[in-house]
Design a protein around this ligand. Sequence first.
Ligand SMILES: C[S@@+](CC[C@H](N)C(=O)[O-])C[C@H]1O[C@@H](n2cnc3c(N)ncnc32)[C@H](O)[C@@H]1O
Length: 218
Amino acid sequence: MGDMTAGIRSVFLDERDAQEGQTIAFPWILRELNFNGKIRALDVGAGGFVGKNTTIHLLEVLGADVVAIELDGPRASALRDAYPGINVIQGDINEYEYEEGPFDLIVSDLDSSLVSLTMTKLLNPFAANLKIGGYFITLIVYDLAAYRGENPLLAASGEKRQAEFLREFYGTTRVGVDTARRALRDSQLRVIGIIDKFLGHHARGLGVGWLVTQKVRD
Ligand SMILES: C[S@@+](CC[C@H](N)C(=O)[O-])C[C@H]1O[C@@H](n2cnc3c(N)ncnc32)[C@H](O)[C@@H]1O
């Protein structure tokens, strides 16, 4: 796969890839992954923008069999209506029993206030339900200062907790690939890269990105 480790800003993304409401980094990442044949993907927190961030790309770029988990009832229904071919499960990812697994790819696009939950509680079950060589991609806040600067309301809502989590989990509020690798060194997942979620739309990043990892051991 392409080298995602060179740095957050080093990736060129073409804005023409983006449609309204979409972030362009995600389809670019999917095109970089190595998959053979039909894949099965778990799309966690899929309904927030009726699949425009994640689901549509899992279908269009990868042609994946998609299992989508969405907590909110109306959002789950809207997702089902928009993509009749996918399996939408309305429920809490914390209660999910992974009966549809194992997966080739798990994507977690939970709200940024839930990133700490993803990394502390969900990382192990996600890794356990991935095939070896499969990928786990999750939204992270990688730079608290950039995140705060761009969107004060969003940041104010959970900044203290976010800062505490970043310091505790990574030892810093500005996370890079090496820091993420250290934080995940005892897990089954190898960090491949961190890609800014909104790169291409903004002159600088918003401190929110996709952490891309691969399962390397049982
Ligand atoms: C940022 S949105 C996701 C956008 C989505 N990937 C898309 O392409 O439209 C986050 C979603 O996660 C859902 N969510 C929050 N907590 C959840 C949980 N515990 N289990 C499942 N979904 C959850 C929210 O209801 C929200 O719709």
